[in-house]
Write a protein that binds this ligand. Structure first.
Ligand SMILES: [Zn+2]
Length: 871
C-alpha cells in the first residue's frame, strides 16, 4: 500500500516545532489511543484451503450478489460451530457440504452451526449466499453525478486492512491464505479484473462474464475486483502479460506512467533471486482511489492521479509508486506478515525497493538524495508527532501502524542491514527468507534468522535497537588536531534521552579524513557507549573530515566544524549527502563567506539535488545577498526541480524583490510545479500584490489542478481575509477536485468566529471523496471551536476506514490539546518569525556597514554553463 505523499506533497517542514511526543498526557504512546491493547490473532477452529466467489455486479443499484464457496479443514477437536467475518452483508443461506444449516448474523461476523460436530482433520465445504448493497467499505462504486458529470464509472475494491469482510464473507486476517477463484458477471462493456489468470471470458449480450483463477495462496485483504470500461495496454515480460488498464483516451499517459514495469520485473527478479511468481501483472488506474496504490496479488490498483503527460515527466514520475507496488508482489504477497504489527516486512521492503530501482535507473546521486529525503520524512514524524518501535502489537486499530516508521524508517533499516552485511550476503539471506516462507506468513524473527544463517552474524542487537525499539542515535561530534603528535581526537556522544522506547545504540561506521592532496584516510569505528573518544594518527592536519561514510546509519549529527573545513567539504566532497550536510551547517551561522559558498553551489554544482538544497539553505539564511542570488538564478536555472526549490526558498523573504521574482515565475515558467511553488511562496511573502495575482491564478488549468491547489496554499499563508470566500467556494463538493484539499485545509485558519464554516467542514467529514475527510478533520482541529469535537469523534466512530479513524481520533486529541493551550503559545510561532525577520535585517545592516568600511564585495559566483546544469 502506498500513501499519496508524493502526489499531494507532505507538509512536514512545519512539524518539527514542538519536539518528540513520545507519550500523551494520559501516558498512552502518542501513536495510539487510551483504548489500545496488545493485539493477538484469534483462534480459528477451521481454516480455508480454497475460496471460490461467484458474483454478479449491479452498478446502478451499487450491489454485489452471489456466493462464496470455501473448502475448509478442521484444526481442533469437536467443532460444533465457527465464525466467518462478514459486516453489513445480507446473508441468504449458509450450506455445509451442500445442506443448509443454521446461522446467526452478528455485528462483525456470522456464526455457523454445524448439524453434526466435526473432528480435527475433517474437511468440508462451506457455501454462503449473500448480497452486498451500498457498502460502507471494501468495494467502491465511482459514478458521475450532477456536480462531476465527467467522472468515469468504475468499481474497485480495497481490502487492506480488514475491509474484505464488507464485500464478501471470508476469513479476514493476513495470516489466513488460500487459493482462489472468482467468476464475475458485469454489465456489457465493462472489463472485470481479479487475481491470477483469466481462465475464460464471455463478452456478449447484456452481461459479460469473466472467470479468474489463482493457484497462489492469497489472504482475503489481497483479493481484488475492478470493473470499468477500460482501455488495455498490453506488454510482455518473459512471456507473461504485463497489462495497464486506464480510462479510454489516457493510454499514452498510462504507457508513460507504468512503462518501466518490464524493466522493474527483470531487475527485481534478478536482485531477489526469485522470478516474479504470478501468471500476469496488471495495473489498473482507478479513479478517486483512496491510496496511492494497493498491491493486490498480480493485479495492483493504482490511483489515476499518477497518470501524467510527457510534458511534466521532468517534475513528476510514477516510478516510485510502480516499483513500490511491484515489490509487494514478493514482500507482502508471496510472503505475508502474520499480523499488522509486522507490517514493516511489507512496507519497509516495498519502500526499500524504490531505492533499488532508482540506483539502477538513475544512479547513485539520485538514490542518495532520495534516501536523504526519506530520512527527513521519517525524522519529521519522529520529532513532530511521536516515536514508537517499528514493530509493536500495541494499537487499537491497524490503521494506526501505516506511518513513516514502517515505510521510510523500515526502508532505511534495510539499507543499513545491506551495508552492514554486504551486498552478497544481504541478497542471499533475503532469497533464503522468501524461499523458506513463500506462499506463507512471516514475522520479523523469520527475516532475522534467515540473515543470521547466511551471514554467520548474531543480529539480535541490530533488530532489537532498530526495529523493536524506537528512535535513533542523536549524535554530537567534536574534532581536535594535535599538530605536535600528528594526532586527531574524534569525540562522539549519543545525546538522545534514554527511555523505555529509546535505547543507547551500538553501531559500526567509518570516519574519513581528506588532506591537501585529496587522498583520503578511512578508519572503522564501533560506537557502543554514550560517549567515546577516538585518537587517530594522521599524516597531517586534514582539510576536512566526514563521519559515517556512505550515510548508512539512521541518525542526526551535530558537529561544529570550522567554516574552512565545511567550505572545503562543500567544494570537494564526492558524496552529495556530505555536501548537503555541510550546507545545512553553513546556513546556521550564515556568515558572509558561508552564504557565498552556498551561492557557489546553487550556481555551479553538477547535481541538481545539491543546487536545490543550496536554494533552501539560502532561504533559511534570510540574507539580502541570498535573496538577490536566488532571484537571479531563478531565471537562469535550466532544471525545473531546482527552480521549484528556489521558489520555495523565496517564500522565506518578505521583500518585494522576492515577490516580483515569484510573480514572474508564476506567469512565465514552463513547469507547472515551479509555477505552483511560486504561487504558494508568493502568499508567504505577504506582498500587497499577492492577493490579486493569486485570485487570478486560481483559474489556471493544470494537471490534477496542481497550480490551483498550490495557489490555495499561497492564499492560506497570505492571511488576507478576502481569501475566505475563495476557500469556501474551492472547498465545496463540485469544485475542481485537485484544489479541494488545500481549500479545506485553509479553512482551519480563516473565519474562526463564523459558525457556518465549522458546519461546512463538519459536512466535509462525510464527503464521498475519503481524502477530503482527513483534511476536514485536521482543519476542524485547528479552528479551536469546541463545538466541532463531537462531530470529529462521531465521524471517527462511524467511519470504517482505519486510517481515517486514526486520523480523526488524532485530530480530536489535537483539538482538545489546542483548547487547553494558552493564547500566548498559539501566537508564539508568529512572534518567533517576526524576531527572526528583525534579526536578519540587523545582520544585513551590519554587513552593509562592514562593506562600507572596506570589506571586499561579496562574490556572486560565476554563471553556470548549460553543461553544468544539464543533470
Ligand atoms: Zn506499500
Amino acid at each position: 500500500m502506498n500513501s499519496i505523499k508524493e502526489i499531494l506533497g507532505c507538509g512536514c517542514r512545519a512539524q518539527a516545532f514542538f519536539g518528540p511526543k513520545l507519550k500523551t498526557e494520559s501516558g498512552i504512546p502518542a501513536h495510539t489511543f487510551p483504548w489500545a491493547k496488545t493485539q493477538y490473532p484469534e483462534d480459528r477452529p477451521v481454516w480455508p484451503t480454497h475460496q471460490s466467489l461467484e458474483l454478479s455486479l449491479n452498478i446502478d443499484k451499487e450491489e454485489l450478489s452471489g456466493s462464496n464457496t470455501l473448502q475448509f479443514k478442521v484444526l481442533v477437536p469437536n467443532v460444533e460451530s465457527f465464525k466467518i467475518d462478514a459486516i453489513d452483508l445480507r446473508i441468504h443461506d449458509v450450506q455445509i457440504n451442500k445442506k443448509s444449516v443454521r446461522f446467526s448474523v452478528g455485528e462483525k461476523e456470522t456464526i455457523i452451526y454445524l448439524e453434526k460436530a466435526m473432528a480435527r482433520g475433517e474437511t468440508g465445504e462451506l457455501r454462503v449466499t449473500y448480497t452486498c448493497q451500498k457498502p460502507k467499505a471494501g468495494i467502491y462504486f465511482i459514478k458521475p453525478d450532477s456536480k462531476y458529470p465527467d467522472r468515469p464509472t468504475q468499481v474497485w475494491t480495497q481490502g487492506q486492512d480488514d475491509d474484505a469482510r464488507y464485500w464478501f464473507p471470508c476469513f479476514d486476517e493476513p495470516r489466513i491464505k488460500c487459493s482462489f477463484d472468482m467468476k464475475i458477471e458485469v454489465p456489457a462493456g465493462f472489463v472485470a479484473t481479479s487475481n491470477g489468470a483469466l481462465h475464460s471470458e464471455s463478452r456478449g449480450g447484456k452481461t459479460w462474464t469473466f472467470l479468474w483463477k489463482s493457484s497462489a495462496l492469497i489472504p482475503s485483504y489481497l483479493v481484488t475486483l475492478t470493473a470499468g470500461k477500460f482501455a488495455e495496454i498490453k506488454e510482455d515480460w518473459r512471456g507473461k502479460p504485463v497489462i495497464y488498464l486506464c480510462e479510454k483516451g489516457r493510454e499514452t499517459e498510462a504507457k508513460l506512467s507504468f512503462g518501466k514495469t518490464p524493466q522493474m520485473l527483470e531487475l527485481f527478479s534478478k536482485k531477489i533471486g526469485i522470478d516474479y511468481p504470478y501468471e500476469k501483472y496488471t495495473q489498473i488506474a482507478a479513479s478517486e482511489f483512496v491510496f496511492g496504490g494497493m498491491e493486490n496479488t498480480s493485479a495492483t490498483t493504482q490511483t489515476d492521479v499518477t497518470l501524467h503527460p510527457y510534458e511534466i515527466e521532468e517534475d513528476f514520475s510514477s516510478d516510485d509508486l510502480v516499483a513500490h507496488e511491484l515489490a509487494h508482489q514478493w514482500f507482502g504477497d508471496l510472503v505475508t506478515c502474520k499480523t499488522w504489527s509486522h507490517g514493516w516486512l511489507n512496507e519497509g521492503w516495498a519502500t526499500f525497493m524504490e531505492q533499488v530501482f532508482k540506483e539502477e535507473d538513475l544512479g547513485k546521486d539520485e538514490t542518495d538524495y532520495f534516501r536523504y529525503e526519506e530520512l527527513q520524512v521519517y525524522l519529521n514524524e519522529d520529532k513532530g508527532l511521536y516515536r514508537r518501535p517499528v514493530v509493536t502489537p500495541f494499537y487499537s486499530d491497524p490503521g494506526e501502524v501505516w506511518d513513516r516508521h514502517i515505510y521510510q524508517k523500515g526502508a532505511l533499516v534495510l539499507n543499513m542491514l545491506r551495508q552492514e552485511l554486504g551486498e552478497e550476503d544481504f541478497w542471499k539471506g533475503t532469497r533464503d527468507y522468501l524461499n523458506e516462507h513463500k506462499g506463507g506468513i512471516v514475522e520479523t524473527v523469520d527475516f532475522q534468522r534467515a540473515h543470521e544463517k547466511v551471514s554467520g552474524r548474531d543480529l539480535q542487537q541490530f533488530f532489537d535497537q532498530w526495529i523493536f525499539k524506537g528512535g535513533y542515535p542523536d549524535l554530537k561530534a567534536g574534532f581536535e588536531w594535535d599538530d605536535k603528535n600528528k594526532l586527531g581526537k574524534f569525540k562522539l556522544t549519543q545525546k538522545q534521552e534514554l527511555s523505555d522506547v529509546t535505547p543507547l545504540f551500538s553501531f559500526n561506521s567509518e570516519i574519513e579524513f581528506i588532506f591537501k592532496d585529496d587522498q583520503p584516510m578511512k578508519f572503522p569505528i564501533t560506537m557502543n557507549e554514550k560517549e567515546q573518544t577516538f585518537y587517530i594518527p594522521l599524516r597531517e592536519k586534514p582539510t576536512y573530515c566526514r563521519f559515517d561514510v556512505g550515510n548508512k546509519i539512521i541518525k542526526t549529527l551535530e558537529w561544529a566544524l570550522p567554516e574552512e573545513m565545511l567550505k572545503e567539504q562543500l567544494s570537494k566532497d564526492t558524496d552529495i549527502v556530505g555536501k548537503i550536510w555541510a550546507m545545512k551547517h553553513l546556513s546556521k551561522e550564515a556568515s558572509k563567506e558561508g552564504v557565498e559558498a552556498l551561492i557557489e553551489r546553487l550556481k555551479t554544482d553538477l547535481f541538481w539535488g545539491v543546487r536545490a538544497e543550496a536554494a533552501l539553505c539560502l532561504g533559511e539564511t534570510k540574507s539580502a545577498v541570498a535573496l538577490q542570488a536566488l532571484a537571479v538564478t531563478l531565471t537562469e536555472e535550466k532544471r525545473s526541480k531546482v527552480r521549484t526549490r528556489i521558489c520555495m526558498a523565496l517564500g522565506d523573504f518578505h521583500e518585494e524583490t522576492a515577490a516580483e521574482a515569484l510573480i514572474h515565475a508564476l506567469d512565465k515558467d514552463k513547469s507547472i510545479f515551479t509555477r505552483g511553488a511560486a504561487a504558494r511562496s508568493l502568499g508567504m511573502t505577504k506582498s500587497p500584490l499577492a492577493f490579486d495575482k493569486l485570485k487570478k491564478a486560481l483559474t489556471i488549468k493544470s494537471w490534477n489542478d496542481h497550480i490551483r491547489g498550490q495557489t490555495f496554499l499561497g492564499l492560506k499563508y497570505l492571511r488576507d481575509p478576502r481569501a475566505l470566500d475563495l476557500f469556501l467556494e474551492g472547498a465545496k463538493y463540485g469544485a475542481p477536485k485537485g484544489g479541494r484539499i488545500p481549500a479545506v485545509s485553509a479553512l482551519g485558519e480563516y473565519g474562526l468566529d463564523q459558525k457556518e464554516i465549522t458546519e461546512q467542514l463538519e459536512d466535509t467529514l462525510k464527503d464521498p471523496f475519503v481524502r477530503l475527510r482527513f483534511a476536514a478533520a485536521d482543519a476542524l482541529a485547528r479552528r479551536k471551536d469546541p463545538s466541532a469535537l463531537g462531530s470529529i469523534e462521531e465521524s471517527a466512530y462511524r467511519v470504517v476506514d482505519g486510517h481515517f479513524k486514526a486520523a480523526a481520533f488524532r485530530a480530536a486529541r489535537r483539538l482538545r490539546d489546542n483548547l487547553r493551550k494558552p493564547e500566548e503559545l498559539a501566537t508564539f510561532k508568529e512572534s518567533l518569525e517576526k524576531l527572526q525577520d528583525e534579526n536578519r535585517k540587523l545582520k544585513d545592516r551590519l554587513q552593509k556597514i562592514e562593506d562600507k568600511q572596506g570589506t571586499p564585495p561579496i562574490h556572486q559566483g560565476h554563471k553556470a554553463s548549460p553543461k553544468d546544469l544539464g543533470r
